[in-house]
Every structure is written in C-alpha cells, then in structure tokens.
Design a protein around this ligand. Structure first.
Ligand code: Z5A
Length: 204
C-alpha cells in the first residue's frame, strides 16, 4: 500500500508523519517512510538545488523536470521495490505536489505536467492521500521562510492551496482532506489514524 501526505508548507504533515510512525509499528507494520524531493542520493542532491536560493532553477519548466527526475529515481529504487516486497510506503509529498505547486502555483500546462509525471512514476498512484488543508495566512507564519520555495508570496500559496482542493474534488476516493485549522496536533493525529486504519482494515 502506498500513502502520501500533502499540503502547503507549514501545514503540519511532517509532524503528523512522525507521530504516526510509532503507531504503525504498534500495529505490527514496518513502513518505509520517504520524502520528496529526496529519499535517494540523487534526490537529496536535487533537493539541495531546488531549495537553494542561489543555485535553484530559473524557469518553472526546469523546476518541474528536477522534481520529476528526483521522483523517477525514488519510485524505481525505493518505492516500487518496497511495494513489491509487500511493505507499506508513506511519502511526505508526491505527484500532487507537482500539480499543485508547478501547475497551479507556477502556471505550467497541466497536460504536459501530467505526461512528464506519468513517465517519471510509471503511472504509480497512491492508494490514499491525506491533504492537510490550512490557509497560507496561518501556515506561512509557522515556516522559517528561508528556502527558495518558502520565499514565494502568499498569492502563490493561495494558488497552490486552490490546486490541492481542486484535485481533492476531482479524486474524492483517493484524496481525503483533513481541515487542520484550529486543531491541535493530537486531534489531527486521531483523524490521520482513523483514515489510515480504515484503509488497513480494507486491505487486511
Ligand atoms: N515541491 C514542489 O514545488 N513540487 C514538488 O513536486 C514537490 C515539492 C515534491 C519541499 O520543501 C518544497 O518543495 C516545498 C514544496 C516544493 N516547498 N514549499 N514551500 P520541504 O520538504 O523542505 O518542506 P515541506 O514539505 O513544504 O514542509 P515541512 O518543512 O516538512 O513542513 P510541514 O510538513 O508542512 O509542516 P511541519 O514541519 O510538520 O510543521 C511546521 C511547523 O508547524 C512546526 O513548527 C510544527 O511544530 C508546527 N505545527 C505542526 N502542527 C501544528 C498544529 N496543529 N498547531 C500548531 N503548530 C503546528
């Protein structure tokens, strides 16, 4: 099974993934946890480039292709082997990030982006995506706003959020939205466990 966590910067998804891990171990699972961009030696180098304020890509197309290159490496060398071995894989970001950030955020053509992603992932789709929905007004106050993406404007993050919510409307079965406004970490974690627990029971 393949699960992804998505949302704008500062939405709390990485915190939730850390809280989830011991619970999954208690359930007898030994999940593979990964993040994007990154998760492989090449991916971590691409990540450094993408987040660098000095060496990062100058064009949206180059940006998208770098995310896609990191993902191709991750899918082939980490995610698919783990899935084939029957492991649960959870990724902090996957293809929905590219659609939300590079298509809605940067304005790239969706059809082209989807063709590139299809080639990079071999059409791998998550079984479940948890979208942590938070307004940029709240999330950006939580981030350090130091890396290249974090320096983007509130308008940019509003477009990214709109992209995510559009994707969630289009794919109601796969993408489950968790509204994280005015909720503490424990309350959000209870929702995460409930949604993942259902999927685990369905696939037991
Ligand atoms: N990107 C892209 O453009 N295209 C792509 O295809 C992909 C990615 C894959 C990766 O940066 C950047 O690349 C990202 C999208 C873009 N850029 N942006 N902007 P990253 O990996 O460094 O970062 P990230 O994934 O965006 O976020 P993160 O650092 O992992 O943060 P988070 O998961 O969103 O949030 P967090 O670290 O769990 O929490 C943030 C803070 O809020 C932290 O201090 C927590 O203690 C606090 N927090 C968490 N939950 C709560 C609640 N409930 N209440 C109050 N405070 C909370």
């Amino acid at each position: 099974m393949f699960i992804t966590f998505e949302g704008i910067d500062g939405c709390g998804k990485t915190t939730q993934l850390k809280l989830l891990y011991p619970w999954l171990k208690e359930q007898g699972l030994n999940p593979v946890i990964t993040r994007e961009p990154g998760g492989t030696a090449l991916g971590e180098q691409i990540r450094a480039l993408l987040l660098s304020t000095q060496q990062g890509p100058q064009t949206p197309a180059a940006e998208l292709l770098l995310y896609a290159a990191a993902r191709a490496e991750l899918v082939t060398t980490v995610i698919q082997p783990a899935l084939q071995a029957g492991r649960l894989v959870i990724a902090d970001r996957f293809s929905d990030s590219t659609l939300a950030y590079q298509v809605w955020g940067r304005g790239l053509d969706r059809t082209w982006a989807q063709r590139v992603l299809s080639g990079a992932t071999g059409d791998l789709e998550p079984d479940l995506t948890l979208l942590f929905d938070l307004s940029p007004a709240v999330s950006l106050a939580r981030t350090k706003r130091g890396d290249r993406l974090e320096k983007e404007s509130t308008d940019f993050f509003n477009r990214v959020r709109k992209g995510y919510l559009t994707l969630a409307r289009e794919e109601k079965d796969r993408i489950r939205v968790i509204d994280v406004h005015h909720k503490d970490m424990a309350a959000i974690q209870a929702e995460v466990r409930e949604k993942i627990g259902r999927l685990l029971i369905k696939h037991a």
